[in-house]
Write a protein that binds this ligand. Structure first.
Ligand code: ATP
Ligand code: MG
Length: 555
C-alpha cells in the first residue's frame, strides 16, 4: 500500500485533475486521448503514455480516445495503424468510441485556417524554405517580418484557396500564423500552419494537397474532441503557448489544456520510432516485432505480459523532471508477473547424456508432478522417466567446487520430480570433454529423501528418448552500452550487442510442450521464463527466452 501512495503523490497530472474537478471545471468531465502518429510501431515509452491517459480516464470515470495524428502521409501507413490498435488493445485498454483520425477533421481545420486569415491572423507566404530560415532569426537574434506578412486578407484567402485547389507546386507557398517574429519563443515566430504536399493520404486519398502542420492540427483536434487534459511529453512545453494561441483565436468548440511530463527513457534501450525504424530497415533486427525490440509487439512476442507492462508503468513516476529508468525494473516486473502465472516445464538447453545403468531400457515410467509448485489449481503434468536422460552441461562438474549442489563424480543429486541418482563413471573424449555420465538411481527416493545419506542438489532433466526437440532463442540486451544515444561522436548502432541473440537449434523439452500453442509461456525450471514463438512450424517448435530467473546482467 505504501508504494501506491508514492505513485499517486508523484503523479502531478492526477493532482491537477483533482483540483479541476474540485473547482467544477469542464462540467466535471475528464477526457484524455492517446494520439500516436502512425509512423512506426509503439514502444515502451508509448506504453507509459497509454497507461497514463487511459488510466486517468478510468480513475475519474472519464473517456480516453485513440486518435491517429496523421498529418504526415509520406511517413505513415495502414500497417502502423493496425499495429497500434492491436497494441493498445493487448495492453488491456478500450478506447472511447471508434478510433479517431485527425485527418477526418481536415475540413474543420481548413475552416479554422480560413478563419485565421479572415481575422488577419494568418497569411500566405512565398518565402523559400532557405529564405524563411534566414528570416526566422535564432535563439539569440529576433526574426524579421516576411515581406508577405502584410499581404491583404483577400489576397491570402485567394492564394490559400488556390493552394488548396492544387495550383502550386510543393513548397511554393505556405500558410503562416501571424504572431510575433521577435518572440523569444521560436515557436511563435509566425509558424507554418499549412503546407503544400501533392501526396496520397492513407485515409483521405487524393482529396487534399495541403496538409496542416502538427502543432496546428494537434491542439485543435483536442478541442474538436472535447479533450480536457491533453498530456504530452516535455519537448512540447515550448509549444504550449502556440497550442493555446490557436485555440484562443479560432472558434474552437472547447478549451483543452496541455500538460507535459518527462518521457520515459530506459537504459540499454533506444525509444525513438525513427531509430527503431532504422534498426528494422537496416536488418539489424528481424522486424518491428523482433523479440529484442523495445516495441510493444516485440515485447509481446518475447513473452512479456500486458500486466507486467502495466505494473511497470504504474510504478514509474509521472514526473516533470527527466530521469533514466533502469531496464532491470521492467525485467523484474515481467518475472513478478510470470512467476505466479507460468506453468512449469523442463527443458535442457545444453545436454549431456546420463545413462541410468540400473534402470532397464524397456522400462518407461510416468511421473506426475505439479504444473506449479505454489498453485495446486493449475493441476499436474506428466514426465517420462527412462534409462537415458539429458541434464544440462552446467549441472555437472568434474571437480565439484565447495558447496556444489549439482552432479559430480561420486556425488548424488535429485533429478527434479524423479529419483536421486549417483554418478559412478564419466565418459569423456580424447580432449576431456564429457560425453556421458553413468549413474545409478536409488529406488527409495521417489518423493522422499534418502534415509542414510544427504542430497542437496536438484537438477532438471528430460528423457533422452521421449522428448520434444525445440529451437531456443536466447536473447540478451540489444545494446551493450547503458546509454546507446549518449555519445554524439558515435552512432547508436555502434552499441548494438553482437551477442543479443543466441540460437540453440536443438534443445530438449519435456513432451508435454508438444501441445503448447504460439504465445504459451512457461517457466523452464532453473532456466528462466520462455514462450512459444510465432516462427514455430509443425516440424519445429521455436521458443523465446523471455527473461532469466534472476537479474544476471553483467554478473
Ligand atoms: P518517437 O520520438 O518515438 O517517435 P513520438 O512522441 O513522436 O515518439 P507519437 O506517436 O507522437 O510519438 O507519440 C504518441 C504519444 O506517446 C505522445 O503523446 C507522446 O508524447 C507519447 N510518447 C512518445 N514517446 C514517449 C516516451 N518515451 N515516454 C512517454 N511518452 C511518450
Ligand atoms: Mg511525434
Amino acid at each position: 500500500m505504501a508504494e501506491k501512495t508514492v505513485v499517486q503523490a508523484s503523479n502531478f497530472v492526477r493532482n491537477i485533475i483533482q483540483e479541476d474537478l474540485a473547482q467544477g471545471k469542464n462540467q466535471g468531465l475528464v477526457a484524455t486521448r492517446f494520439p500516436p502518429e502512425p509512423n512506426g510501431y509503439l514502444h515502451i515509452g508509448h506504453a507509459t503514455s497509454i497507461c497514463l491517459n487511459f488510466g486517468l480516464a478510468a480513475d475519474f470515470s472519464g473517456t480516453c480516445t485513440l486518435r491517429f495524428d496523421d498529418t504526415n502521409p509520406e511517413k505513415e501507413s495502414d500497417e502502423y495503424i493496425q499495429s497500434i490498435k492491436r497494441d493498445v488493445e493487448w495492453l488491456g485498454f478500450e478506447w472511447h468510441g471508434e478510433e479517431r483520425y485527425a485527418s477526418s477533421y481536415f475540413d474543420t481545420l481548413h475552416g479554422f485556417a480560413v478563419e485565421l486569415i479572415e481575422k488577419g491572423l494568418a497569411y500566405v507566404c512565398d518565402l523559400s524554405p532557405e529564405q524563411a530560415r534566414e528570416y526566422r532569426g535564432s535563439l539569440t537574434e529576433p526574426g524579421k517580418n516576411s515581406p508577405y506578412r502584410e499581404r491583404s486578407v483577400a489576397d491570402s484567402l485567394d492564394l490559400f484557396a488556390r493552394m488548396t485547389a492544387g495550383e502550386f507546386a510543393d513548397g511554393a507557398k505556405v500558410l503562416r500564423a501571424k504572431i510575433d517574429m521577435t518572440s523569444p519563443n521560436m515557436n511563435l515566430r509566425d509558424p507554418i500552419i499549412y503546407r503544400i504536399r501533392h501526396i496520397h493520404h492513407h485515409q483521405t486519398g487524393d482529396k487534399w494537397c495541403v496538409y496542416p502542420m502538427y502543432d496546428f492540427c494537434h491542439g485543435l483536434s483536442d478541442a474538436i474532441e472535447g479533450v480536457t487534459h491533453s498530456i504530452c511529453t516535455l519537448e512540447f512545453e515550448d509549444h504550449r503557448p502556440l497550442y493555446d494561441w490557436f485555440i484562443a483565436n479560432v472558434s474552437a468548440p472547447s478549451t483543452p489544456r496541455q500538460y507535459e511530463f518527462a518521457r520515459l527513457e530506459l537504459n540499454y534501450t533506444v525509444t525513438s520510432k525513427r531509430k527503431l525504424k532504422q534498426l528494422v530497415d537496416s536488418a539489424a533486427v528481424t522486424g518491428w516485432d523482433d523479440p529484442r525490440m523495445p516495441t510493444i509487439s516485440g515485447m509481446r512476442r518475447r513473452g512479456y505480459t500486458p500486466a507486467a507492462l502495466r505494473n511497470f508503468c504504474a510504478d514509474t513516476p509521472v514526473a516533470r523532471s527527466k530521469g533514466i529508468t533502469d531496464v532491470s525494473r521492467l525485467e523484474s516486473a515481467v518475472r513478478d508477473d510470470l512467476d505466479s502465472k507460468a506453468p512449469r516445464a523442463m527443458c535442457v538447453l545444453d545436454p549431456i547424456k546420463v545413462t541410468i545403468t540400473n534402470w532397464s531400457a524397456d522400462d518407461v515410467k510416468t511421473l506426475v508432478v505439479p504444473v506449479h509448485p505454489k498453485d495446486e489449481t493449475m493441476g499436474t503434468r506428466e514426465l517420462t522417466w527412462t534409462r537415458e536422460v539429458y541434464i544440462d552441461r552446467a549441472d555437472f562438474a568434474m571437480q565439484a567446487p565447495r558447496k556444489w549442489k549439482r552432479l559430480a563424480p561420486q556425488q548424488s543429486a535429485r533429478l527434479r520430480g524423479g529419483y536421486v541418482v549417483t554418478c559412478n563413471q564419466v565418459i569423456t573424449d580424447a580432449d576431456g570433454k564429457v560425453l556421458e555420465l553413468l549413474c545409478t538411481y536409488d529406488e527409495n527416493t521417489l518423493g522422499k529423501k534418502p534415509e542414510d545419506y544427504k542430497v542437496n542438489g536438484v537438477v532438471h532433466w528430460v528423457s533422452a528418448s521421449h522428448n520434444l526437440p525445440v529451437e531456443v532463442r536466447v536473447y540478451d540486451r540489444l545494446f551493450n552500452d547503458e546509454n546507446p544515444d549518449g555519445n554524439k561522436e558515435r552512432d547508436f548502432t555502434e552499441c548494438l550487442n553482437p551477442e543479443s541473440l543466441q540460437v540453440i537449434s536443438q534443445a530438449y523439452a519435456e513432451l508435454g510442450l508438444a501441445s503448447g500453442t504460439v504465445g504459451q509461456q512457461y517457466q523452464f525450471e532453473r532456466e528462466g521464463y520462455f514462450c512459444i514463438d510465432t516462427d514455430s512450424t509443425a516440424d519445429k517448435m521455436v521458443i523465446n527466452r523471455t527473461v532469466t530467473l534472476r537479474d544476471s546482467w553483467g554478473k
